[in-house]
Design a protein. Structure first.
Length: 306
């Protein structure tokens, strides 16, 4: 059993060095190779990595190709039976390769397996969320739904998702920060990452195709990996725009183009209603709401008074 670990790197030498060092520290029992795909970082990361891991494979893309395209480039050179797509901002704190690969080997109906993700402080980080319930999420934020108490179901669902992270189960999707698949499945079923995505939401789309192919997704409550990313609401405008663009692309890929148009129309109506209520209440526009308004082309004043 050999594992190919593919790590996409882009101008983050301190992160990927930390990641590779943790692999070397904890992975002693499994035969593996490390493949780093560099999106044109133009620094000395390759030399630093080779100093601690001489056999490391290095693929230079020559430009910032994005997450999916870089992962595919690594996959095409991989020699392992199992491929672990691992983010550069992850840190192993125990051996994970054997446990993940063993489950894939034992369960042919499983197309992808993920493990428990932890924040920097070792608290739970959700390996998936309910954000792909696109229209349900849109309704839950509606002022009418909030007034009628429907939005409480969203909080209940979030709580249930967190509880489910305490045991193994089959969710709809898993975070792309640490995902293992069989190389044979990727090749024979064409389960490469969709290169239309630059970054974000490609894991949701990939898991959708895996399930459509007749296989299931598996989340393992053990082992665990620290993931220093994990998103958040305080994100730059450019990153938010990329996230939202990828979300719309994901809707189109998994639901169809007409659904994208319907979603965008409903989103604009929703934002205009929220803006009207915020203006009536004399509230200032919060950062995330401002980014949404800007992305969907709705004009507003940052500080609103009656």
């Amino acid at each position: 059993m050999k594992v190919s670990v593919i790590i996409v790197n882009y101008k983050a030498p301190h992160l990927i060095l930390q990641c590779v060092k943790s692999i070397l520290q904890y992975e002693k029992a499994v035969d593996y190779e490390i493949i780093v795909v560099d999106n044109d970082s133009r620094d000395d990361t390759k030399q630093q990595l080779r100093a601690i891991c001489p056999n490391l494979k290095w693929i230079q893309m020559g430009y910032n190709s994005g997450f999916g395209r870089a992962n595919n480039a690594g996959t095409k050179t991989a020699k392992g039976d199992f491929i672990l797509f691992l983010n550069a901002d992850t840190i192993l704190q125990e051996s994970v390769f054997e446990k993940m690969a063993s489950r894939l080997a034992a369960e042919p109906k499983v197309g992808a397996v993920g493990c428990r993700l932890l924040n920097r402080d070792k608290s739970l980080q959700l390996s998936y969320h309910n954000g792909d319930r696109f229209f349900r999420k849109l309704w839950w934020r509606n002022p009418l739904a909030i007034k009628m108490g429907f939005s409480r179901r969203n909080e209940l669902e979030k709580s249930n998702i967190a509880t489910m992270h305490t045991f193994d189960h089959s969710p709809r999707w898993i975070c792309g920060a640490a995902v293992m698949m069989r190389r044979q499945d990727i090749v024979s079923r064409n389960l490469y990452w969709d290169e239309d995505f630059f970054m974000y939401w490609e894991d949701v789309e990939l898991c959708h195709r895996i399930r459509k192919s007749g296989m299931k997704i598996l989340y393992l409550a053990e082992p665990s990996v620290i993931h220093l990313g994990g998103g958040g609401t305080n994100v730059p405008v450019e990153r938010f725009a990329q996230m939202e663009t990828s979300k719309l692309l994901c809707i189109g890929k998994t639901r169809g183009r007409l659904v994208v148009k319907i979603y965008k129309w409903l989103m604009q109506k929703e934002l205009k209603l929220e803006l009207r209520l915020e203006k009536k209440a004399g509230h200032s526009i919060e950062s995330m709401f401002a980014k949404e308004l800007t992305f969907y082309g709705i004009e507003y004043e940052n500080t609103i008074s009656e």
